[in-house]
Ligand binder design. Structure first.
Ligand SMILES: *Cc1c(COP(=O)(O)O)cnc(C)c1O
Length: 428
């Protein structure tokens, strides 16, 4: 994910001899504390664990999800539509809650499409992206009347056939592989050769094909990258995306009604990272909305976010089953780890492993602290949730908690690996 280098060798030498304080995690203040414990969804963590009936589990806090949407609405222009990219957390109850709070749901498979439709999301506000949409999935999308963000010429042919068969013209936006990328992004998904979207150079052919197949052209989808904590980089990508879409609109077969400028808003996971400053992004989007009112008056601007909506509202909770000391180092062994939470173990796209924020949730306020490592039960050294962190002193039976776990948790982890029980997810 994002690699923030805080000091160069030259700086360190200049400020020697005082050893620099190591960078710390941004304070995790979203969950209150009571009786020395974390409070999640209004319940003491131990009460919540008893209610769930097993560890490990993920808990997502409804109040925090609502609060996050409200914060975004307060800062972004009212004209900007907020879409939830549900791959970040596809739990049906979460998607159901989000469907009632945001303006649309972005899906990336027919499986996600089903969850979004079941959740009550309106088909007019669902869009379907992804580089390998299979023929039956495209047919399902046409029958569902959702917007398809097309990523190849093949998709256009399949959509044309499905439209004729079903008597419904497919609604399409073109996912563009831009000629730039989102600087400082954890995962780059645009610029250069990519499996996502269609290169700008190929678009004249795509537009001709959309017209020939009789498809309903609605606009553009640009997504330059993910997990970015630099507001100025996000603003730059949004402005460049807008300007590219404006140039392409002149060639398009119909006026642009849908302009998805992507997202990429990050959350602080690692020591030294700070929350994203939304204010400049709100100001930049307001300027782009004003330009769009002149340049593309029918275009609705969409921002699609996954982790920014849900990531900070979730915790992963696992119970300590053993406490071991090996050559002076303390290991807290838990009943869950990378099999449920691959990203916290550092194995989901991170280049250098760093600790997520972790605490002992039923002793969060304890002043008695020690350096310990939290490891899962799997027979692999990769199963590491916290590497030598300063934590409240913990015993067998205590609850280790990983913060920032509402996105890319259960659904993006290899739950069958080593045959341990699956985790449970609750929305509280
Ligand atoms: C994954 C993805 C997102 C969500 O990314 P986050 O980092 O969770 O906000 C949004 N749009 C597209 C096209 C994606 O592939």
């Amino acid at each position: 994910m994002t690699d923030t280098t805080l000091s160069t060798a030259a700086e360190t030498a200049a400020t020697a001899p005082a050893p620099r304080k190591p960078p710390e995690h941004a304070p995790m203040q979203q969950f209150a504390q009571r009786d020395g414990q974390l409070v999640v969804g209004g319940e003491l963590l131990t009460t919540l664990a008893a209610r769930v009936g097993q560890t490990p589990f993920y808990a997502y806090d409804r109040g925090l999800l609502r609060q996050r949407v409200a914060q975004l609405r307060a800062v972004l222009p009212a004209a900007v539509k907020l879409h939830y990219a549900m791959k970040a957390n596809p739990m049906p109850a979460v998607v159901g809650l989000m469907a009632g709070l945001v303006d649309g749901i972005d899906v990336a498979s027919a499986g996600e499409l089903k969850v979004a439709l079941d959740a009550g999301a309106h088909p007019a506000e669902i869009s379907f992206a992804g580089p390998g949409k299979r023929d039956p999935e495209l047919r399902q999308a046409v029958a569902s009347r959702v917007l398809v963000n097309v990523e190849s010429l093949r998709e256009l042919a399949v959509l044309g056939a499905a439209s004729r068969e079903l008597g419904l013209p497919a609604r399409v936006a073109v996912r563009v592989n831009p000629d730039f990328e989102l600087k400082g992004s954890g995962m780059k998904m645009g610029g250069g050769p990519k499996q996502f979207g269609i290169d700008v150079e190929q678009l004249p052919e795509v537009f001709a094909r959309i017209a020939a197949e009789g498809l309903q052209f609605e606009g553009f989808h640009l997504f330059a990258g993910s997990q970015n904590l630099r507001a100025e980089a996000i603003c730059e990508a949004q402005t460049k995306s807008y300007e590219l879409a404006l140039r392409l609109a002149a060639l398009a077969p119909a006026p642009v009604r849908f302009l998805n400028l992507g997202g990429g808003f990050g959350i602080p996971y690692f020591p030294g990272e700070q929350p994203l400053d939304l204010a400049p992004i709100g100001a930049n989007l307001a300027a782009l909305c004003a330009r769009a009112a002149q340049d593309m008056p029918q275009a609705g601007i969409v921002i699609e976010l996954g982790r920014y909506f849900v990531g900070e509202a979730g915790v992963y909770v696992t119970r300590i089953v053993d406490r071991k000391v090996s050559r002076g180092q303390i290991y807290l062994v838990t009943d869950g780890g990378l099999n449920h939470h691959l990203s916290a173990s550092g194995n989901f796209g991170q280049v250098v492993r760093k600790n997520y924020p972790v605490t002992i949730g039923n002793k969060a306020a304890s002043a008695e602290r020690e350096v310990a490592s939290v490891v899962g039960p799997l027979c692999t050294p990769l199963d590491l949730l916290a590497d030598r962190m300063l934590l409240p002193v913990a015993e067998v039976g205590d609850l280790a908690v990983v913060y920032q776990s509402g996105a890319y948790g259960a659904s993006s982890s290899p739950q069958n690996f080593l045959g341990h029980p699956h985790c449970v997810e609750v929305l509280v």
